[in-house]
Design a protein around this ligand. Structure first.
Ligand SMILES: [Zn+2]
Ligand SMILES: [Zn+2]
Length: 277
């Protein structure tokens, strides 16, 4: 299984997962789509994929940087959409879709605790504290490896840490530096929202989660959803390196413009085994 990002941040998000490419027809899913059709197609092209190769869209929640392009993409390329009941209701309110879209058969309503399958990939969603109607994040598995995603989450919970303990690789939000947020020109209400328990993960909370995962299965991590105004990728790299380097866990940072190039989970684990041999 391999995964990549088409872009990550408050201006748009999309993650790609592809089941093992030694299969005749690998399954490819896109988690969230916060870009225009044109932007999404161009970004997919950069990853060597055509839009028709995306088998399904999974939506984490209704915020525009995640939902903005979902239904346009689904309609144009006939791609099924998987989302919770709450996110569907919220999507109707945003007018990004309408109730008639249910008749296309492309809408799949899911439970926030119930695993489901798309082709040869299995998705285990879990609920997260974020200011949306029924937000989820998830583990994606090809039966052999697990990749976890956790962005758009205001605080850590024992349940989500337990879920992420199964992940060989993890995409983890490191949204803001609390000091930079405090000193930013954002209105107080926005500072409270972003920094609150239903907002976004600070660098510190992301590091706490990483600390609780090192020493377990985790071999690779990607820092995601970094704020352009209230964070600094260099700072995140330093903080992550302090925790992950001693444990031999490699990491990267996904950015808004270029996302993150393909990472093959098997290659990551094989490289680790070779290094240990
Ligand atoms: Zn977001
Ligand atoms: Zn959000």
């Amino acid at each position: 299984m391999r995964f990549s990002s088409l872009g990550s941040g408050s201006e748009g998000n999309a993650w790609l997962f592809e089941s093992s490419n030694d299969q005749a027809s690998p399954t490819r899913i896109m988690v969230d789509c916060g870009f225009t059709i044109k932007g999404t197609v161009a970004r997919l092209d950069r990853m060597g994929l055509s839009p028709e190769q995306v088998n399904a869209l999974i939506v984490t929640h209704e915020h525009d940087d995640h939902l903005g392009g979902v239904f346009k993409f689904s309609r144009k390329f006939n791609a099924p959409v998987f989302l919770t009941h709450g996110t569907w209701r919220a999507a109707l309110r945003t007018k990004r879709t309408d109730a008639a879209y249910l008749q296309t058969g492309l809408v799949n309503l899911i439970e926030s605790h119930q695993a489901f399958e798309v082709g040869s990939l299995s998705i285990q969603p879990f609920p997260v504290p974020h200011d949306a109607l029924e937000p989820i994040q998830m583990l994606v598995s090809d039966g052999q490896y697990h990749v976890g995603i956790l962005t758009d989450c205001g605080s850590s919970t024992p349940h989500l840490v337990r879920m992420l303990g199964k992940a060989d690789a993890l995409i983890l939000e490191s949204n803001h530096c609390p000091d930079m947020l405090l000193q930013s020109p954002y209105p107080d209400s926005l500072k409270r929202r972003v920094g609150g328990n239903y907002g976004h993960l600070s660098n510190q909370t992301a590091c706490e989660i990483l600390r609780s995962l090192v020493g377990g299965k985790l071999r690779f991590a990607v820092a995601a959803h970094l704020s352009k105004n209230t964070n600094d990728a260099k700072l995140v790299r330093t903080m992550w390196n302090d925790i992950l380097a001693p444990a031999g866990v490699r990491f990267g940072v996904a950015c808004q413009e270029n996302g993150f190039d393909w990472w093959n989970v098997r290659d990551i684990l094989t490289a680790d085994n070779t290094a240990q041999a």
